[in-house]
Design a protein around this ligand. Sequence first.
Ligand code: OKP
Ligand code: ZN
Length: 337
Amino acid sequence: MLVVSSNAHRQHNSLEIHNGVMALSSESPSRADAILEAVTAAGHGVLEPDPVDLELVGRVHTSEYVEFLSTAWTRWHERESGPAAMSFMWPARGFEPKRPSDLIGQLGYHSFAADTSIVPGTWQAITSSASIATTAADHMIDSGLTTYGLCRPPGHHASADQFGGYCYLNNAAIAAQRLLDRGAERVAILDVDYHHGNGTQSIFYERSDVFFVSIHADPLEEFPWFAGHADETGTAAGAGFNLNLPLPRGTDRASWFAALDAAADRIERADVDALVVSLGVDSYVDDPLGTFQLTTDDFGKAASRIAGLGLPTVVIQEGGYNGAALGANVGAFLGSL
Ligand code: OKP
Ligand code: ZN
């Protein structure tokens, strides 16, 4: 299988508040390095991405958000002294927030979590990550072959105008939009990351051309806390085109695969032309951020079930934080797809 990958991600080495102190992010450059090493060793071909099309990015994100991301580090560096730009305040309940004019207020307006900060190479890395997603989508259309985008940073928590959960530009949403722009009438996004893809859900919540399906830890018990419940099914034209399958912390393999069967069943009946998989391997039994019990072999089994859908498929990398197992887990998935 072809792997789209770039070294540009290394410029993004960000910080997060962890246990009350600033620390290096769990979402580290070594993650993508470990995956690349494993897929190369497995004999998959590697392709560099074409530059990102900002017009396409602008079909998923607001123009003020993209403009903000492209200038935030420079604006921060001109005036502040800290090593990472991040917010310490978010809008409280009760009022629709106005977008502040100052950088500090805009950081709060355009983000939702203190696990995500902007550092000098963030813009270069996130546009590279989005370019990997679009190049993977294009390659899949042009070749007819399943294609894997080794995206880093991940994207599924990023909404049209907010970053958080280590995500800035929503790579899976951008890939799906690309498939639609190139002729697909409806696309399914299957998100198997341990965490709910709140950003992807919100981007397509009112649309019927993207069917979003997510298997994840129950947000009553887990990040991103405020989205991912089973009763979130879409609104307006999107009613019925959002399916959340939340599972309790500690979910075992049998229950996870039952959810995958339910997801696959609904995708089969949704009349879609293509599939984007948001592949987070933090559902692994030994993931430091997850509590599910999937083994390395299970990622291969999941891939076989997904391949059984028979849909043209683009796989986009999301989370997965066990550095020693990351390559094997992604490798098992791609090897069975
Ligand atoms: C991103 B993706 C605190 C951790 C807070 C939450 C996890 C973000 C997961 N140290 N970050 O869905 O894998
Ligand atoms: Zn995750």
